[in-house]
Design a protein around this ligand. Sequence first.
Ligand code: ATP
Ligand code: MG
Length: 216
Amino acid sequence: MNNKDRKITHRYGIMGGTFDPIHLGHLFVAETALYNLNLDKVIFIPTGNPPHKNSKDITIAHHRLIMTAVAINSNPKFELSNIEVMRRGQSYTADTIKQLLMQYGENIELYFITGTDAFMEMSTWKDCAYLFRTMKTVVATRLGYDDESFNEKVHFFNKKYNASIINMSIPILEISSSDIRERIRQKLSIKYLVTEGVEKYIKKHHLYVKNINESL
Ligand code: ATP
Ligand code: MG
């Protein structure tokens, strides 16, 4: 179907991530996109085996999936998808987008929500031309990138792929999953960095207490 023949009926945000664990930064970014862009919902998609991370260093998908479910439970416009976790092999966003478009039909518009760090790497992603053609990319501010290098990247993607990129400025919340994992190893509090439910789940299952490699 030609793009001009498409009649957009729904607008969905896609929030992909390792979510190891999911934290308030992820939730706030998704919430901001939902309201700023008037989306119908945001679908959280925990990765199976992300190609850019060593899978040995990642908590098993089962835990990451449940923590995500627990974190988004109270928001009726947040939804969980297990499509990447269920797929065998490496998790590629392009395969996910193809699957979602098959599932929902052509009349939805997908808004891929990402932080600056992941956005800057998108030219290395599988089928990135396809990705930029089929979805809009929403970039939320994260520390560590100056305006100049960000704008250069936007210009490059616009020119090369005719990308549609939305710069979503948010108050910087320098929360990261790696920092949370490190805090747990150092026995520091993670209260107010993750939801209460996620904090309880982490405690109950003794997650992140050791480096995964150490416990193998
Ligand atoms: P890790 O430290 O393990 O890499 P992370 O906190 O970066 O974890 P990811 O699961 O890697 O979380 O990120 C999923 C998506 O959410 C990415 O697009 C990332 O840029 C974005 N993101 C994560 N934390 C923030 C934050 N605090 N502000 C804005 N975007 C964020
Ligand atoms: Mg990350």
